[in-house]
Structure formats: structure tokens, C-alpha cells
Design a protein around this ligand. Structure first.
Ligand code: SDX
Length: 377
């Protein structure tokens, strides 16, 4: 009798491949990029240094980091054909739709050395450099902000902030954004990274793989949660009402966004760091309202459901305090995760195996074909 393999819904606990890029210890609440603990990277590194680490598997020397900074600064501009396409998109479009469409279209205007054909680190650097410009080109038009100016002097984090809120970020604001980008850069085989690897495993190109990932990240069970956390805070209003609102939603078996995780069985270490930054930026801005509300919601959800916060619980409060529109939160997630997506795609190309699981068929078999004239419904 041949053993029938059990179905694992959502591929839960299925080990699909081996990778050197990211390790999540769900029991101890640890996150490691290429051997380095996220707490060390959030304390001492920069997004561009982490992108280098994900792509090359080692921390850069000073000259290597300077060279990468220069390349990322030089790769930010969009081809005029794409600017025209973005300018033709309805101002009411969802920024994640604008991003997904623009990355897909960009592939057709790229020169060979950084285009999809390269499917190399050059393409990874191009996509990492250009996503903030795509977002800003759309957002500045709908917000009536002046056109984006070249700012090769700004780090990726400072440039992203300048591009989206049109002012020079303070050192603290730029550091908050840098830490957020570090924390979101990679997370093993999350849904969007898996989508990118599935696409790459067919030998499709880097831009197609990132387009698949963006469409996947858009979902509220994955990347879209931090926007909905802010909607929850708006619905609660004051800490006194938190208990009533949260319990009402739990009673209706609704998910409280920003809580729970498929892998972490304890607190997501990124939530720990983002909670500190939510307080730090709140104190700097004289506005601890989000932080205090979130602490109250945390206490209720943990007491009622035993759930811990994930990366999405505090990120929205940091972005809001930085003056960023809510519907740009998930695109910011993409602006960071593109470094991880592209690292995984390149790893897939190195050790290629078509990703093709099976399904257990539970439908009928051997039905007799009935000619159309004899079918009565
Ligand atoms: C990200 O995979 C990654 O690594 C993703 C990510 C990354 O960096 O790429 O970490 C980023 O996506 C973070 C997650 C953001 N999403 C949310 O915050 C949405 C809310 N969270 C849930 O939808 C849920 O926790 C998931 C989707 C994150 C994980 O869901 P699972 O592993 O499929 O867990 P489950 O649905 O089987 O739930 C187990 C139980 C259920 O209770 P019962 O029905 O069995 O009684 O826990 C409950 C769920 O109802 N539960 C929740 C809950 N999450 C789980 N109940 C209320 N609110 C929640 N948020």
C-alpha cells in the first residue's frame, strides 16, 4: 500500500528548498540575514549595506559600500516613456497597482545591462534603486507636489522620505526609515518571495519575478496589514475604547491586523524594534497617541487570543509620524523587500529546480461525455 502524503494547506511547515539568505527562528524569535542577527543590523547597518549583504552573502568593505551607494544613486531615474505611462494612470489608482504595472512596463524600456535579460545583480540594483522614483512620480502628481529632483547625495532611506513627503528628512527621521527598510528587507519564504522564486524557477526573468512578488505582497494577509492597523486605530479613537472595539471584532472572528504569524510562535523581533521606534519618533514629534493605543491593543489581543505582534503592528505608526500617506505603507514594504526578492531570485537561478508541487485530486473521474443537445441542466 503506497503511503498517501498528507496535504499541508498553505504549504504550512513544508520545507520547499535550501537557502543561505535568511533564517527565522520562530521559537526563539530570531531573524538572521546571511548569518547576521537583525538586531545587530538594525542597530549598526544601513539599508544599502543590508542589500549588499543579501545579494553578495557578505558585508561590504568601505569602498564596496561606496560603490554600491553610487550605483543606486545613478540608477534612480525613469525612462521618459515610463514617466508618461505613470502620468496617464488615474490619480485614484492604488499605489501597489501603479508599482506592479510600472515594474512590468519598465522591463520593456531597459538597456540590456540592467534589464530583465541581465537577471543579475545589476538588475537587482536597478529595481531596488528605481522603486522609490516610481512611487514618487505617481504620488507627487496626485498630491500636487513639485516634480522630483535628482538627489544622488541622499541615502536610499533619506531619498525615499524626501521623494514621498517633499522635505529634507531630519537625521532621526532618515534613521527611522533606514531601520524600517532594514527590517523589511527579507523574510525567508514569505508568500511574495515564494511567488518570486516560483516565477524564477521557470527561468522567467527578474522583472517578471518581482512583478509576481508585488502582486502577492498587496494582499492584506501579507503586506497590506500595516495600512489596516492604522484604520483600526482610527476606529478605536481613544485607549478607553480599545477594549470594546477589539473584543467586538474578535467576537466576530475578525483578524486583528498586525498580530499573528505563520512562523513566529513568540514576538516578531522586528515588532520589538519598531515598537521602540514608534515611541522614539512619537516623543520627537510630541505625539504618542498611536504608540499608546497600540500598546493597549497589544495587551488586549495577547490576553484574549495569546497572539503576538508582527512586523506590521508598529510600522504604520512610524510611517504616519513621518508624514507618509497610508496607501504608501505597503509600497514602502516593497521598496525594501525588493532587495530580498531579487536575492532569492538570483539564488534560484544558481540552483535551479522548477517549483511544481502537486494537488490531491478529490473530484470525480471517468464521467461519460454527454452531447450538448442532451444536457438539460
Ligand atoms: C507579514 O510570512 C511572512 O514572513 C510574512 C511577513 C514578511 O516579512 O514577509 O512576516 C510579513 O505578512 C506579517 C503578517 C501580516 N498580516 C497580518 O497581520 C494579518 C493578520 N494576521 C493573520 O491573518 C495571521 O496571523 C497570518 C496570516 C499572519 C498567519 O496566519 P496562519 O499561520 O495561517 O494562522 P491561522 O490563520 O491558521 O490562525 C491560527 C489561529 C486561528 O484561530 P482559530 O480559528 O483556529 O480559533 O489564530 C487565529 C486564527 O483565527 N489568528 C488570529 C489572527 N491571526 C491568527 N485571530 C485574530 N487576529 C489575528 N491576527
Amino acid at each position: 500500500m503506497v503511503a498517501v502524503p498528507a496535504v499541508s494547506r498553505g504549504l504550512e511547515d513544508v520545507v520547499a528548498l535550501e537557502s543561505r539568505i535568511c533564517f527565522i527562528d520562530g521559537v526563539r524569535g530570531r531573524l538572521i540575514y546571511q548569518g547576521y542577527d537583525i538586531r545587530d543590523l538594525a542597530a549598526h547597518s544601513s539599508f544599502e549595506e543590508v542589500a549588499y549583504l543579501l545579494w553578495y552573502g557578505r558585508l561590504p568593505t568601505a569602498p564596496q559600500l561606496a560603490e554600491l551607494r553610487g550605483r543606486l544613486g545613478a540608477l534612480r531615474a525613469l525612462p521618459p516613456e515610463l514617466v508618461r505611462q505613470i502620468d496617464s494612470m488615474p490619480v485614484g489608482s492604488t499605489p501597489m497597482d501603479v508599482l506592479r504595472t510600472s515594474v512590468s512596463a519598465l522591463a520593456m524600456f531597459e538597456p540590456s545591462e540592467t534589464g530583465p535579460g541581465a537577471s543579475s545583480i545589476g538588475g537587482a540594483q536597478r529595481l531596488t534603486a528605481v522603486i522609490p522614483t516610481i512611487l514618487a512620480t505617481f504620488h507627487r502628481r496626485r498630491a500636487g507636489l513639485p516634480p522630483l529632483r535628482e538627489r544622488p547625495d541622499l541615502s536610499p532611506a533619506a531619498y525615499l522620505l524626501y521623494a514621498l513627503v517633499d522635505r529634507e528628512p531630519t537625521e532621526l527621521e532618515a534613521r527611522a526609515m533606514d531601520v524600517a527598510l532594514i527590517l523589511h528587507a527579507d523574510h525567508e519564504l514569505n508568500a511574495s518571495t515564494f511567488a518570486a522564486r516560483v516565477t524564477a524557477s521557470t527561468l522567467s526573468d527578474l522583472y517578471s519575478a518581482v512583478t509576481s512578488a508585488i502582486g502577492t505582497l498587496k494582499g492584506p494577509l501579507h503586506g497590506g496589514a500595516n495600512e489596516r492597523v492604522m484604520e483600526l486605530l482610527a476606529a478605536i479613537g481613544t485607549p478607553e475604547l480599545a477594549e470594546t472595539v477589539v473584543k467586538e471584532r474578535l467576537a466576530k472572528h475578525e483578524r486583528i491586523m498586525g498580530f499573528g504569524h505563520r512562523v513566529y510562535k513568540v514576538e516578531d523581533p522586528r515588532a520589538t524594534i519598531l515598537r521602540e521606534w514608534s515611541k522614539k519618533i512619537g516623543e520627537a514629534k510630541g505625539n504618542l497617541r498611536y504608540y499608546e493605543l497600540l500598546r493597549k491593543v497589544e495587551e488586549i489581543v495577547h490576553r484574549e487570543k495569546g497572539l503576538y505582534p508582527n512586523v506590521d503592528l508598529y510600522s504604520g505608526s512610524v510611517y504616519s509620524l513621518l508624514g507618509i500617506s497610508h496607501d504608501l505603507f505597503t509600497p514602502i514594504f516593497a521598496a525594501s523587500r525588493v532587495s530580498g526578492w531579487t536575492a532569492h531570485v538570483l539564488e534560484e537561478y544558481q540552483d535551479l529546480r522548477l517549483i511544481r508541487p502537486t494537488a490531491r485530486y478529490i473530484g470525480a473521474t471517468d464521467l461519460a461525455y454527454l452531447p450538448l443537445a442532451q444536457r438539460t441542466g
